[in-house]
Write a protein that binds this ligand. Structure first.
Ligand code: NAD
Length: 433
């Protein structure tokens, strides 16, 4: 949105607890070092300093709450270095909420305390660190056999695209790098289990693709896919699952990755509560066809925090951002007059309704499933019948090219391409830290 906006026509302030943009579609690769984390990060400040963007301010802070009546946001410094001021309130005329989503845990006990998630760079660093730590700890002299099996059991919960992609990356890491660097009495005992509550994984994909991926993952002797198995509680070293016969099992694990989808963030929930009746969908902020938050004046929401007919993907969010940037440009004069009190709310409404509606261009869904294999699906315009599906090496090349072209900057593209070459020539780094 920022890149599209004519920022000389607005006073723009960006508030975000991290001062970089993160290209999340390549996040699973950072858990094993296929891609270095810095290669998919881009400093926001770089985009505040454009020639036409003299008015863009950036504040590294987390938004605690939004007051839709007083039109203010309350923010605080959640970083380790704090000054004398660490909380402040910011007034706004127009507010765009693009805070993404939190990890859905469905209130399952022990998840937040014991599992690793897959949303931020710090999460993927933790996964990588724990995997290697487990391997090193399993190698202690005198380590009991059952404890070695526990430490070397990596469990992924959630068979959506995130869970499958991380399973694929872990498989590659073990087959290509762990086996090379660790003694066989450790490397051969590593097991990966993907746990999914539904009868199949990747339910957003076509049946043929699902079958292909399930077969592919199950063909690896190290990987188990447990469908119709729901995790009901998590402890420090074991998780409890209920299988399809409702029988409870205790599964010891070394690393647990939780990828069971999205839920609203606290700030989003707070805003929904303050607005009240118009916000009655638990998933996130209900918006109209122009991404205006229903029941609030001057608040817009895009991306995973909003409830729209589209999937919660980066592809959708980036198109929404570009659309809203253009819409703001077209409405800048009217917005200015409305702030000055020269335009009433109903007039503003009229101007917005003259704007073209958002049109989503679906380029297809791609997911990496490991071992130089990716899957692709392009649904027909009605979104129901599947028109194109593909899998295998050619799709893997398509996946890499598509993701590379979508990286935010040329710098990111060069770094990611270099990382891929580096990983295939020299292997991934198995050092911890
Ligand atoms: P998801 O919601 O797509 O899948 C989560 C899965 O976890 C579901 O299949 C659900 O049945 C399962 N689950 C929930 N609770 C469980 C439990 N207690 N035990 C076992 N299984 C349980 O989540 P995601 O994969 O994180 O994806 C989130 C969004 O991001 C989706 O919209 C997805 O399309 C998008 N995404 C897309 C891509 C891609 O296009 N390559 C990659 C990652 C994410």
């Amino acid at each position: 949105m920022l890149r599209k906006m004519h920022t000389d026509q607005f006073n723009v302030t960006i508030v975000s607890p991290r001062n970089y943009f993160l290209f999340t579609p390549l996040l699973p690769g950072t858990t094993t070092g296929t891609v270095e984390s810095r290669s998919i990060m881009e400093p926001i400040r770089k985009y505040c300093k454009r020639s036409d963007a003299s008015e863009v301010d950036f504040i590294e802070a987390e938004c605690l709450s939004i007051d839709p009546v007083r039109k203010t946001v309350k923010c605080f410094d959640n970083s380790s270095v704090k000054g004398l001021v660490s909380e402040f309130e910011l007034p706004y005329d127009q507010l765009v909420v693009g805070v993404g989503a939190d990890n859905a845990t469905f209130g399952i006990p022990g998840v937040r305390e014991n599992a690793c998630f897959m949303k931020e760079i710090s999460d993927t660093r933790m996964i990588r660190d724990r995997i290697i730590d487990c391997l090193e700890t399993a190698g202690y002299p005198g380590q009991p056999s059952a404890e070695i099996d526990r430490l070397l059991h990596f469990v992924i919960v959630g068979g959506g695209p995130s869970g499958v992609e991380i399973t694929g990356e872990l498989n590659d890491f073990i087959e290509r790098d762990i086996k090379k660097h660790y003694p066989s009495h450790l490397a051969d005992r590593v097991r990966i289990t993907l746990v999914e509550a539904l009868p199949h994984i990747l339910t957003v994909f076509d049946k043929t693709i699902v079958e292909h991926v399930e077969k592919k993952l199950r063909s690896s002797p190290k990987t188990k896919v447990w469908t119709q198995t729901a995790v009901t509680s998590v402890k420090e070293r074991e998780l409890i699952v209920k299988d399809q016969d409702k029988v409870e099992k205790v599964i010891p694990y070394g690393v647990l990755v939780w990828a069971t989808g999205n839920g609203p963030r606290l700030v989003t929930k707070g805003l929904m509560q303050s607005i009240g009746a118009d916000q009655n969908v638990r998933r996130g902020l209900v918006v109209d066809e122009y991404f205006r938050v229903k029941g609030a004046d001057g608040i817009w929401a895009i991306g995973d925090c909003s409830v729209t007919p589209y999937a919660a993907t980066a592809q959708v969010a980036s198109q929404q951002g570009r659309y809203l940037g253009r819409l703001f440009n077209d409405l800048s004069e009217d917005m200015y007059r409305s702030v000055k009190g020269k335009e009433s709310l109903s007039d503003m409404d009229k101007f917005v309704h003259k704007q073209p509606l958002f049109k989503y261009h679906h380029m297809g869904t791609l997911a990496y499933v490991g071992d130089h294999n990716a899957v692709f699906e392009l649904k027909s315009a009605d979104g129901k019948s599947s028109s194109t599906t593909s899998e295998g090496l050619a799709t893997f090349i398509l996946w890499r090219s598509a993701y590379l072209s979508k990286c935010l900057s040329i710098r990111n593209r060069v770094l990611v391409a270099f990382d891929w070459v580096k990983a295939s020539v020299f292997g991934r780094d198995v050092s911890r830290g």
